[in-house]
Design a protein around this ligand. Structure first.
Ligand SMILES: Nc1nc2c(ncn2[C@@H]2O[C@H](COP(=O)(O)OP(=O)(O)OP(=O)(O)O)[C@@H](O)[C@H]2O)c(=O)[nH]1
Ligand SMILES: [Mg+2]
Length: 598
């Protein structure tokens, strides 16, 4: 039998609770899907189907990052309680490896050409390690490792990344590329050395990309108690200084001891390893942060479907019960209202478009100003820097200093703008989203209330859920500052006398500085434009689909009601009974959903 790998109980609880609440929501969705199906409301059936598949895939990406050989893969092994990932003393992991839940433990290799292949975990090192797959000659895109662990079963996906800063430059790039998909990042560093400049730079680069960063000092078993306290104090103070966060927490752990403890079922050792605290914090953060948002948004969407379906039942019943002449007028009225609601949607689209282009213009204008002032100030400051360099410094040193100067100048020039643009654009977009959602929800609610009134449907105020705002749909992908290109010295003949060499290099450096100013502004402008347009497209389609759901369920009610009017009274009676039945099922789901909030 396949073995199940465990997590600690306390840490597991929060995620387990998330996963059982998620299962409950999925259950409600299936109930509603069956009801919508019985009401012939295809739009709601499709909506519920896609919502179900989205929610069942919803989980948390926990990504383990850090310098090479710090114990990232060992930590993941400790998390799932099994030495499944290859670990070792030479730089090893070279491919992104995702650990997902599976009843059977096996590895699925995805290649760059789209092919996939299942292999036994014992041959994993043939694909994910530098030794088995040097320079990724096997063209592996990533590896999905299916593991039967309760932590993964409850929705976590743990990602192992190649260590940054190893002699394999490509591995560092693989890791940078992956950062956009992170829910929680675990940053692992060691005790000896406690934390290096390279690690601080990496942290500085990635800090804007992840929701939260857990800082982990691994390998504390290599030191005695006093030494490990010293190491912890040292790295904490360096990190506070560098990340400008006086309250940051560092988790001292031994991944090696934690893994041994889990494998041997040794609780005392597990406590000693410091691992339990870390796991508890990470799981709590995920379940109460992202998890709450996912569940609350699912619940609100379901309440909206419930209210649409209630109205549908009521309208259909209204048409069936009342005399034809009386209902004809009502039907005409509702049809006109539905047309008007569709027109309001188009107006809403253009309103969102114009507000988003105003944001784009505002920021591109500010960017243009920053670029222009950089052109006036950065070259003179480069010249001043060049003048200050001592004549005695070597050519290589000279070149490196210039490159560093340009990179710093560009980062300082655009960095603060990018940071504030990210914050302000996210805020601005949120406002647009709130306004357009509120407006659409209000007009759909009004339409429904009046239709209910006209057709004599009794609806309680709670049948109209509050605004549904799905934050994840219109989030804004943050922009970042690119790395600078190097000055290529090859064009400068080395035989040039020093003074001439320097003069030529200075000229080239000025050119590179000007090019970098342009290039960065262009890239940032493109990013603002592209990402905002993407967010606005997502927002419009979200708002539209919500309104259309209400409109389409009313149209179905009208169609079904009218089709049944001409039927003989016995069939009509039986249809009315069916509608009563459906209404009862709907009530049951709405009570279940109301309970879910408690
Ligand atoms: N003493 C001690 N050794 C550890 C600990 N965690 C990991 N190691 C050792 O450190 C070495 C590197 O561990 P890995 O887990 O392969 O490190 P990694 O960060 O995944 O390395 P790359 O994939 O190459 O970036 C191995 O020899 C591990 O046994 C620990 O807590 N204590
Ligand atoms: Mg590794």
């Amino acid at each position: 039998m396949e073995r199940e790998f465990g997590t600690t109980k306390a840490a597991d609880r929060s995620l387990r609770e998330f996963s059982s609440r998620k299962a409950f929501m999925l259950h409600c969705m299936s109930d509603l899907q069956a009801i919508a199906n019985d009401l012939n409301c295809d739009a709601n059936v499709d909506f519920l189907r896609s919502m179900k598949s989205k929610l069942s895939e919803e989980g948390f990406n926990i990504v383990v990052l850090g310098g090479f050989k710090r114990g990232k893969s060992t930590l993941i092994n400790a998390m799932v309680g099994s030495g499944i990932l290859p670990t070792g003393v030479v730089p090893l992991t070279s491919v992104i490896t995702k650990l997902r839940y599976g009843t059977k433990t096996e590895a699925e290799i995805a290649f760059n050409d789209g092919k996939r292949m299942i292999v036994d975990v014992t041959s994993l090192n043939q694909y994910v390690t530098e030794k088995g797959n040097p320079g990724n000659t096997k063209n592996v895109a990533e590896v999905d490792l299916h593991v039967n662990s309760s932590l993964l079963g409850n929705g976590a996906v743990i990602v192992d990344t190649p260590g940054v800063g190893s002699s394999y430059e490509r591995n560092t790039l693989v890791t940078y590329d992956f950062l956009a998909q992170v829910d929680a990042a675990l940053f692992v560093f060691g005790v000896d050395p406690p934390i290096s400049q390279m690690e601080l730079e990496f942290l500085d680069d990635i800090k804007g990309n992840s929701n939260v960063m857990f800082l982990i000092q691994n390998k504390i078993d290599m030191l005695d108690k006093r030494e490990s306290e010293e190491a912890l104090n040292f790295s904490r103070s360096v990190l506070i200084e560098s990340l400008k966060d006086p309250d940051l927490r560092v988790f001292p752990i031994s991944a090696k001891l934690a893994l041994e403890a889990k494998e041997d079922g040794d609780d005392e050792k597990l406590i000693r390893s410091g691992y339990i605290e870390l796991e508890k914090e990470v799981m709590n953060f995920l379940a109460t942060g992202k998890g709450e948002i996912i569940l609350a948004s699912a619940r609100k969407r379901l309440l909206k479907v419930v209210s649409d379906l209630f109205a549908e039942v009521g309208i259909e019943r209204g048409i069936l019960c009342k005399p034809v002449v009386e209902t004809n007028e009502k039907i005409d009225w509702l049809q006109r209202e539905i047309q008007a609601a569709r027109r309001r949607l188009d107006e809403m689209d253009s309103l969102v478009d114009s507000r988003v282009s105003r944001i784009i213009n505002q920021f591109t204008q500010r960017l243009e100003e920053i670029k222009n002032s950089a052109r006036l100030t950065l070259v003179p400051s480069l010249d001043a820097f060049l003048q200050s360099m001592p004549e005695t410094s070597g050519r290589r040193e000279y070149l490196e200093a210039i490159q560093k100067f340009i990179a710093e100048a560009i980062k300082n020039n655009y960095g603060p703008f990018v940071k504030s643009a990210n914050e302000e654009i996210s805020k601005g977009l949120r406002l647009v989203a709130i306004d357009s959602s509120t407006e659409t929800d209000r007009s759909s609610e009004n339409l429904m209330k009046r239709a209910a009134d006209v057709f004599g449907v009794t609806m309680r105020p709670t049948d109209f859920p509050e605004i549904v705002l799905d934050e994840s749909r219109f989030y804004f992908d943050h922009i970042s500052v690119l790395k600078c290109e190097s000055i290529v010295p090859a064009e400068l003949p080395l035989i040039l006398p020093n003074r001439l060499y320097r003069r030529n290099l200075a000229r080239k450096a000025r050119q590179v500085m000007m090019d970098e100013i342009e290039k960065h502004a262009g890239r940032i402008r493109y990013d603002i434009d592209y990402r905002l347009s993407e967010s606005s497209r997502r927002l419009k389609s979200e708002v539209r689909s919500r309104m259309l759901l209400s409109v389409e369920s009313m149209e179905t009610a009208l169609r079904m009601g009218m089709e049944s009017r001409s039927l003989d009274s016995r069939i009509k009676d039986s249809q009315l009974k069916d509608l009563g039945n459906i209404e009862g099922r709907l009530k049951a789901v709405s009570i279940k959903l109301a309970d879910a909030q408690r």
